[in-house]
Each structure stands twice: as C-alpha cells, then as structure tokens.
Design a protein around this ligand. Structure first.
Ligand code: SAH
Length: 232
C-alpha cells in the first residue's frame, strides 16, 4: 500500500510539473510571440506544443520560457523563443517541405520544424551537443529528424535540394554551398554579419536569381567551418 501511495504521489507531482510548463509555454506564446506579430498558426501551435524545458539543463528548466537565450554548454546557446518563432515563420513552411538546419545545438529549433514539416535534416559540429540532441529526439519520438555530425557550412549535398534552409549561427557571409542546395522556390534564413551583431537575412531563390531582404538585427554564436568563421 505504501509503495502504491508513493508511486501515485510521484505521478501527481509529475503531472503538476507538466501542467506548470504547459502554462508557461502558453504565456510565452501570448506575451512574447503573438504580441510581437507572429501569426502563422502552424508556428504558434508548434511553439505551444514542444516542451522547451526539456531542451535545457535541469537547473535552468524554470527559466526555459524567459524572453532570452540560455546556455546549453560548450559555450553555445538555445535561441530566445521569439527569434525561433520569427525564423520559422519566415521560412513559410508547408507540410511536405524538406528543411535543412545548420546548428542543431539543443535541438529545440529542429523540434519546432519537425512539428510542421515532413522531414528535418539538422547538422551540428560539436559532438557532445549532437549526441545529446539525437537522444532527446529519440526520447520525444521525433522520427522525422535526421541528424548529422559535420561542418554544416558545406550543407548536406546528398539530401539536397531543400525547400527551406535555416542557419542558427552567425555567418560572415552566406555560404555558397547552401545557396546551391536550396531548391528553386526555396527560402533561407541566416544571420549575416560580424561576430558581435548580425542582420537576420532572408534569401529567396527563383529560376533566374536570388533575392535578399533584411529582417533586422540579431546576435548569434559564430558559424564555424569551411564557409564560415575560422576555428579559434
Ligand atoms: N538551433 C539551436 C541553436 C544552437 S546555437 C537550438 O535550437 O538550440 C548554434 C549551434 O550552431 C551551436 O550548437 C554550434 O556548435 C553550431 N554550429 C556552429 N557552426 C557550425 C557548423 N559549421 N556546422 C554545424 N553546426 C555549427
């Protein structure tokens, strides 16, 4: 009987925790994301659904829904919730799109994409982050996320072309490999600038040319690799 009570207490606590984080996500969506003009219902539903607290270390879980980026180890960060929503909306995704992400990090952005599209390909250059994210994708049953441990500045040629490409680290310039792996009609979003501040840049590709627009300033960790910043 004791054991039974103990177990049911644990279950009740677990349920309360899940409800608490769901309430925090709901508030995050209303106050940080909808209020700043994100309207794509697919994006809003994905951000409401993905358990952001599981993508940070246990000690940071209660801060997971704050209006700021958080450290994820290896001197890298999980982006601010609003930035994730804005970049995702910018990609104008539909369900049968194949999306490439450069910079898996915690895996949060990839999970948001995986709620919306058919398949997500994500590349990470730091081994420990790659392993941790893969495990979390398996635990949360994101079977439509394909992961790779590599330098993402060269893209993922074997799986190209992609309908959308999202780069979640700051680049000195747009890697040409990524432009060439974008499908005609495809969209890319990438922070471009120096190491302290970048322009969030949208690139659209049609048969004849590519068009670039700036979405405003942002600050990301460095994109390091052959077509990015050189390793320190
Ligand atoms: N999208 C992530 C944000 C991660 S921060 C999230 O949702 O948590 C940026 C990540 O880009 C870091 O993990 C960093 O290691 C990775 N990165 C930097 N340069 C890279 C490269 N050339 N290829 C792949 N990943 C890279």
């Amino acid at each position: 009987m004791d054991i039974f009570n103990h177990k049911s207490d644990q279950l009740i606590m677990e349920k309360k925790k899940i409800e608490k984080y769901a309430r925090q996500r709901d508030e995050m969506v209303r106050k940080q994301i909808e209020s700043r003009g994100i309207t794509d219902p697919k994006v809003l539903a994905a951000v409401r659904k993905v358990p952001r607290h599981l993508f940070v270390n246990e000690a940071l879980m209660d801060q997971a829904h704050g209006d700021y980026p958080l450290p994820i180890g290896e001197q890298q960060t999980i982006s601010q919730p609003y930035i994730v929503a804005e970049m995702t909306q910018t990609l104008q995704l539909t369900v049968d799109d194949r999306v490439l992400e450069i910079g898996t990090g915690s895996g949060y952005q990839a999970a948001i994409l995986a709620e919306i599209v058919f398949r997500v390909y994500t590349v990470e250059r730091i081994h420990s982050l790659f392993v941790k994210a893969r495990k979390l994708f398996d635990t949360l049953r994101y079977h439509n996320i394909v992961t790779k441990y590599a330098d993402g500045t060269c893209g993922w040629r074997d799986e190209s072309p992609f309908d959308a490409i999202i780069v979640t680290a700051g680049a000195p310039e747009i890697p040409s490999a990524l432009v060439s792996q974008l499908a005609v009609g495809g969209r890319m979003v990438i922070p471009v600038g120096n190491q302290f501040s970048q322009d969030l840049t949208k690139l659209c590709k049609d048969e004849k040319r590519t068009r670039q627009t700036s979405l405003g300033g942002c600050r990301f960790v460095k994109l390091i690799g052959e077509q990015g910043w050189k390793e320190e």
